[in-house]
Each structure stands twice: as C-alpha cells, then as structure tokens.
Ligand binder design. Structure first.
Ligand code: UD1
Ligand code: CA
Length: 459
C-alpha cells in the first residue's frame, strides 16, 4: 500500500499461551491446517509494508523451524516473556535499525485479522496524523480483553486490562475492547517506552499502557472503531481457537460454493486457506482438504476423505475414506474407497487404485490397476499393468529401502511378494502366490509356487 511514511510491521508471538494448556507455542496451533502466525503474516503481506518482524520467545526454535522460509533477521528473540510492552521494548532496536517512521504492531494470536482492517488502521492513522492508534471491537461479553476507556468527548483515554478493570471505577462494564493491533509513530513513542511499568495485576509490562501515557503527554491517540468484526478476536484458549476456525471454515466453504464448487454437507467440509479447488468439482462432507492441495474441475471427492498437500487432475473420482498426503493423482483416475496415498505416490492418467491399497514413493502408470489389498512402496509401475489382490513390494530389509520396477502391460498375480530390488519386464506374467526374488524378463512367466500335493487324509 502507499503509505506516506516508511512503515514496518511487528508481530508479537513470544508468549507462552498459558490458557491453551499445551506445550506447543500458541502461535503454532493451527486453524484448518495452518499455524495462527501464518495467517497474521498473510494479512500483513497484503499491505506490502517495508518489513515484517516477529518477536518470538517461548518455543522460539520450533517457531523458526515452522517458518523456515523466513530469514534470521525476520525474528527478534524475547528471552524472558515479561509482557507485550516488554516485547515491544526488546524489538525496538531492530525496528530502529530499519529506520522506520512507523510500525504496525499485531498480536500473533489474532489469526483472522482482515487485511482491510489493518489497512484501515494505517490509513486513518496517517490521515489524522496520529502518534498512537489502535483497533477496537465491541463485544456483548468483553471477557478477558482489555477495555477501551474514552473521555466525555469520545477520545481514547486508556486501555485497562481485564484483570485491572473494576466496573465501578468506570460507571459500569465497558463493551469496547482492544483488538491488540496498534500503529505507532516511532519517533513519538520512543520516549514513552522507558516509562512503561509492571505495577499491575499481572506484574507484566503492557503495550496497552502506551495509550494512557501518550494521552497524558499530549500525543494524538486514536481508537479506530472496528465495529463488531469477529475477525479481530484474539485466540487464547482451545474454545476460542475452534470458534475462530469455524468462522474461517464457513467463509472458505461459502466462497467455494459461490465460485461453483458443489459442496454437499458444507457444514462438515474443512478446507484450508491454501487449497485451490476448481469450479465444477463436487465434494461430499465430511471431508478435510489441507495444505497446498489443488483439485481440477469435474473431480468428485466423496465423504470421509483427508487430502493434504496433494494434486488431483480433472475428471477423477476419489471415493470415500481415502487419505492422500503429498500425493499426485492425474486425470480420469479412480481412487478408493479406503485408499492411502502417502508422500510421492503418483497415480497416472486413467489408473485405478482400490480399497486397502497403500502407495508410497511409487508411480502407477497410465491405465494401470491396483484394485485390492496392495502395498506399493518405492515402486515404478508402467502403463496398463494389472497388480493382483494382495501384492506386496517388499522394499525394506530392516536397514535400506529398495526399488521395484514393473514394465508396461505386465500382470502380477494375486498374493505376490516382490522382494526388492527386483525388476519385472514388460508383458511379463507373475504367477499368483509367488515370492519373486530375481528379475523376470520381458514376455516371460515368473512363478515360485510349490507344487500342490495330494495325500490321504489321516483320520
Ligand atoms: C492483549 C491485550 C489486550 C487485548 C488482547 C486482544 C496486553 C497487555 N493486552 O491481551 O488489551 O484486548 O490482547 O487480543 O497487551 N506476547 C509476547 N511477549 C510477551 C507476552 C505476550 O510476544 O511477553 C505476545 C503473545 O504471544 C500474543 C500477544 O503478545 O501473541 C498478546 O499476548 P497475550 O498474553 O495473549 O495478551 P492478552 O491477554 O490476550
Ligand atoms: Ca491474546
């Protein structure tokens, strides 16, 4: 966006998230498969500010690993988490080094913050020449959020944290709360930083105290009214997380329906923000589609499927109870019911994978079939191959993994073990029940079956 000043962003994400009651850093908890912090970054990225810096602390290494694409200087470490004001103090030198005029500060636990709201805050701050500005939201039940106190003329006077708020001091309950998104003029706020103290119910340094300090010292402080936008709600507990996740889920599914994706049982369709589903697809809830999944038009996904970071070509059908993870299914395929495609499974055009078939790091060539009860691991299967029921590629000897290669138009009889490394030539036939430990040449029959005997039955 065209800000008149050099504006950067700062995300506060160092807190422990005590109320989540989990050892995982709060900002790594996911909504529809993506961590909270990812959403905050995504909203900020829309604004194209000069930088995004993130304060991390609790579980810092885990957060760094989860955002491996970010450079080291995108993070500031707050070793001890002594409050949001302290997080700002710790980040200040890094912000100054970037020679920013202004910084947009966002709590890392506000995953649904709409980019439009962030833009509104920056634009109003600039237009009204604010020194400090923050977004507010009005709630029937203000709960544990910071209360916004305004003077008789409606100007912001202070933010009082829930723990320090006593209705009787303010003429009753206050329903306007602080959303935890701030715009700060660096030069004007710098002198206030050292004046923050921790004389409060939590014993923490609050960023929110900048408001009262600013007002007392004659700065222009602006409370920007965000109405009742639920996108501005912070997430502190499992219940609040699923509340926000549900809002997002409904938004995404409504968007798909509007675009021409037919989602049956939409209330039970969990589709992540990175998934791309073309108009003309038909989905049946309950299902889950996460990560960078791409589903082309005219594809049908039946109920109880879980698709993660996978690509499905046009005109395919994914039958019920199928799991795909980092897999690729090309056009006009039939997969499932009860198929499991693990990372680097590739089902080529027109191929068919049936019930209780597992594939990992394997290709099933065009028009080939593995219809029942099969494991294909580290296997390259050519085109128009028939893999009989119960075929297993024995790819692991306890130490290493080996490859199985099966040539075009070959036929693997039922209940065959292919002990890798092994190659079956094109148009070969493997007899049912064989344990194949040597290569089978093109156009040959390989069979290791013991001869059937017939003996008199002992009584
Ligand atoms: C904060 C606000 C509150 C507001 C609410 C909105 C303060 C004091 N209060 O309360 O007015 O209504 O957000 O959702 O700011 N963090 C750090 N370092 C710390 C402590 C926290 O980086 O030392 C981060 C957390 O990871 C979190 C964010 O700051 O992402 C907010 O902290 P949190 O403890 O959740 O504040 P709230 O109590 O929700
Ligand atoms: Ca919070």
């Amino acid at each position: 966006m065209n800000t008149t000043r050099k504006t950067g962003a700062l995300v506060l994400a160092a807190g422990k998230g005590t109320r989540m009651k989990s050892s995982k850093p709060k900002v790594l908890h996911t909504l529809l498969g993506e961590p909270m912090l990812w959403y905050v970054h995504r909203a900020l990225e829309v604004l194209s500010l000069s930088s995004i810096t993130t304060v991390i602390g609790h579980g810092a290494d885990q957060v760094r690993r989860a955002f491996a694409e970010l450079t080291d200087d995108a993070f500031v470490l707050q070793t001890e988490q002594r409050g949001t004001g302290h997080a700002l103090q710790e980040a200040w030198p890094a912000l100054k080094k970037q020679q920013l005029d202004a910084v947009l500060v966002a709590n890392g636990d506000t995953p649904l913050v709409p980019a439009a709201r962030l833009r509104q805050l920056v634009e109003e701050s600039e237009a009204r020449n604010a020194d400090i500005a923050f977004l507010t939201i009005s709630l029937d039940k203000p709960g544990a959020y910071g209360r916004v106190i305004r003077d008789e003329n409606g100007f912001a006077k202070a933010i009082v944290e829930a723990k320090d708020f006593h209705p009787e001091d303010h003429g009753g309950e206050v329903h306007e709360i602080n959303a935890g998104i701030y715009w700060l003029n660096m030069e004007r706020v710098a002198p206030l930083l050292g004046q923050l103290n921790n004389n409060n119910a939590s014993g923490e340094f609050y960023i929110t105290d900048l408001v009262a300090l600013g007002v007392q010292q004659g700065l222009t402080v602006l409370a920007v009214d965000g109405g009742t936008d639920p996108g501005l709600l912070g997430v502190n507990s499992p219940a609040e997380l699923v509340r926000s996740e549900e809002l997002l889920r409904a938004q995404i599914v409504d968007g798909l329906l509007d675009s021409g994706v037919l989602v049956h049982n939409p209330a039970a369709a969990f589709i992540g923000p990175k998934a791309e589903i073309e108009p003309g697809c038909e989905l049946f809830g309950p299902l889950e589609i996460y990560g960078k999944s791409r589903i082309s038009g005219e594809t049908c996904v039946q109920s109880h499927c879980r698709i993660d970071s996978s690509v499905i070509g046009a005109g395919s059908i994914i039958k019920a109870f199928t799991h795909l993870e980092n897999a690729q299914v090309d056009a006009s395929c039939q997969v499932g019911p009860y198929t499991r495609l693990r990372p680097s499974a590739h089902v080529c055009d027109g191929a068919k994978v049936g019930n209780f078939v597992e594939m990992k790091k394997s290709t099933l060539g065009k028009g080939s079939k593995a219809s029942h009860l099969t494991y294909l691991g580290d296997a390259q299967v050519g085109k128009d191959v028939n893999i009989g029921a119960g075929t297993i590629t024995c790819n692991y000897d306890g130490k290493n993994k080996y490859t199985t290669v099966i040539g075009d138009e070959s036929f693997i009889g039922s209940n065959t073990s292919l002990v890798a490394p092994v190659e079956i030539g094109a148009k070969a036939l493997v007899g049912a029940g064989s344990v194949i430990t040597h290569n089978v040449s093109e156009n040959s029959l390989g069979i290791t079956r013991a001869k059937q005997k017939e003996l008199p039955r002992r009584k």
